[in-house]
Write a new protein. Sequence first.
Length: 343
Amino acid sequence: MKKVLLLTMMASLATILLLTSCSQTTVSSAKIYMNQFEYDQAIEQCELAIEQKPDNPEAYFIMGRAYGFKKMYREMNDAFIKSLELSNKYASDIREDRQKHWTDLQNAGVTSLKQNRISDAIEEFSMAIELVPEETVPYKNLALAYIQNRNDSLATQTYEKILEIDPEDLESKGILGALYYRNRDYNNAIAHLEQVVNNADPTSSAYSQAVFNLALAYDMTEQSDKALETYKNALEVNPDEQNLLFNMGRLYIVQQDYENAIVYLKRVLEQNPDDLEANRTIGSCYNLLNKFEEAIPYLEKAVELDPNDANAWNQMGIAYIRTGQGEKGQAAFDKVLELQNNQ
């Protein structure tokens, strides 16, 4: 009985040694094929080695490297993951391979983006993320690709992921806030933009963009006092920004402070004398202040810029009548009726 048991054990051991020997032979063949740049044959030999010995980390490593040379990055990464599950022996080599291909994918994605091949760029940046998920650079490029592809939802999700990795990334936080604002999620916009404004260097582009969008978000949520304060801060950074100047003027109108509204709206005209809305609004503010003579030139400019602007004609009619120019006033009101009848 003992002799039979011993023979059985010896047979089993022989089988194990044979399988190990066969597996090592196929791994050696795979290495030879790799040196000859015959990657398909190398993969075949690795598959045979794994079939003979499923827990062979070297076979998975070589197979992953072969897939990498074939630019089959997902298959490469799967093989590397399996190798690492079995052993850390090849961890350093795998890290180097992943980093190399990460760089290649990054560069390819940037090229695709520049050439407006958005789908290719998204695939390349996404694969780079799979290879080195702790790096934020490909996430930022991926988000940019989504924005160019007009997919704000995925861009927002991507920036949220960036902030999970690096919560102190103020530039990404500002862009995320702008995305929330653009999609009318004003409360989330304010939450992110306030953090940027409170922590960023006031001379940085991240600050200037954030303070601009924060002012708009306050404005849209009817927080007029905060909006005015933030607009003033934004104008300190960018004193010639026309949207800020106009919105400052508009907020003062809401507060019935027409004198201050005119001050900011005139600053818009300093940069763009043909701004229709600024001309019309200044004229209307002067009317509200009973300064009808001063209103007329701005309203005349407005109807010159857009002869079909019924509101400007109506305000001009009021100014003419109140300055004793009855015929001109009546002609302006007639024009308003004509425009309304033609609608």
